[in-house]
Design a protein around this ligand. Sequence first.
Ligand SMILES: Nc1nc2c(ncn2[C@@H]2O[C@H](COP(=O)(O)OP(=O)(O)OP(=O)(O)O)[C@@H](O)[C@H]2O)c(=O)[nH]1
Length: 471
Amino acid sequence: MKIPRLSNSILRDQFIWMMITGFLAGLIFPFFIVLLGIPQEKVMTPLFFGASIMAGLAMGLLNFGLVHFVTRPTLKELGEKMDTVRKRLDEQMTSEASKSKKMDTCLEAQECVVHIRSRDELGQVAGAFNKLVQTLRESLEIQHSYQRFSAAVNSTLELKALGEEVMDILRDYQLANGMAIIVYDNQQDALKTVYASGINHPEWLVNKVQVIEAVEKGRSESIELPLDVEVDAVLATVQPRFVDILPIEFKGMRIGALVLARLQPLEKKQQIILSLLQKGLGLAIRNALTHEEIQRIAVLDGLTGIYNRRFGMQRLHEEFGRAQRSKTPLALIMLDIDHFKSINDTYGHPVGDRAIKLVVKLGKTVLREGDILVRYGGEEFMIVLPGAAIDDAVKVAERLRHKVTETLLLHGDQQIHLTVSLGVAGYPALEVADEDALIALADEALYKAKESGRNRVVDARYLEGAQAATS
Ligand SMILES: Nc1nc2c(ncn2[C@@H]2O[C@H](COP(=O)(O)OP(=O)(O)OP(=O)(O)O)[C@@H](O)[C@H]2O)c(=O)[nH]1
């Protein structure tokens, strides 16, 4: 039934209709009384009519009072809460709020929840509103977590920084108390833990069957009450209740696994967040690994894996500056394999390459930590020895020369004898102005070593005119 509208307010209409029905009820009430057999002269009097109409109006007023004091507050509260939710959502949409670590939507607090006062339709509306707000909050949380994750992923290309950002998010959303990122290392042809936080002995993870299967077969695994994983809690080491091993894929290619240790189970919303992070992590890790590889390639020589000339020169420049500032010595050795062309010509280029690698391998055995071995040219090497006096560098050069002489390069059943010539220079024994002058002197000494018969070390201090060159 459609009741005609009298004003633009439903409650006001209700009031008017209640008063009209009250009035009409009061008006027809005396006629009913007559029908029931009460004498007309007692009922059909202005006084009785007046009293009856007043009673009808009072009834209308009472009914409206009930609507006003019971129904109206619930509707009013609902309206206000809706408005609060809308305002909070608006605030949340601003870029600053979406960047913040924690989402502040009030959507769970009393501020946005309607009290359920009845089991009728109004109660149902209030309950549905609360559930709607809850769903809204959860979907916002998911969206917010993903925004944070995307921002974190885009902010860095370093694996460690990426791991820290991801761990932060996992902790904030209570997705994990500890985490490890394991990737397949092409260089080593093995799994490698590239980031770990909160898990004790993460290096063991690469040997776990479940981790290997996650990487090799893309199989996820959730282990309840694992016996062999420990989480590093704030004050103590605890056993996590759950460990998830999730494969990380990029464009359908399995590139690693994510290991998460947790003390409590995940809710549905957390599972959604986790699966979104898992999907996004593939690209992020791939980018970080590519970045690492590019950096490695940019500084390393492809054949030997030691520093290339460009990076070696940069390092020498830094070390020379440091030596000058701190007035500490710095030595430089230039090394060249003798008659290398004839090794190439006699045995072929691949054997020449092996000879270069062998010299590098022997070079590493005589150097200390902090010494810098550089492939300077084809079969020429530069060794920077920060903190070493020229006498010490000469000893190192001699030791290396001996090692090379004593070591045979095997090619089938042939034994190839290698020798090297070395030139040594040092600062401040030689008062050079910059590292280029130091290289020039070490190079000159090397030339002298070649000229005077090869397989020897020449100290640049004893070069003819060396003083002149340094003054
Ligand atoms: N196999 C191989 N050979 C290289 C590489 N880089 C440079 N060479 C070769 O190294 C040789 C260098 O020869 P030279 O500069 O004439 O010197 P050498 O034969 O060692 O003679 P001395 O230095 O005077 O004892 C050249 O034949 C280059 O082609 C490399 O990466 N691998």
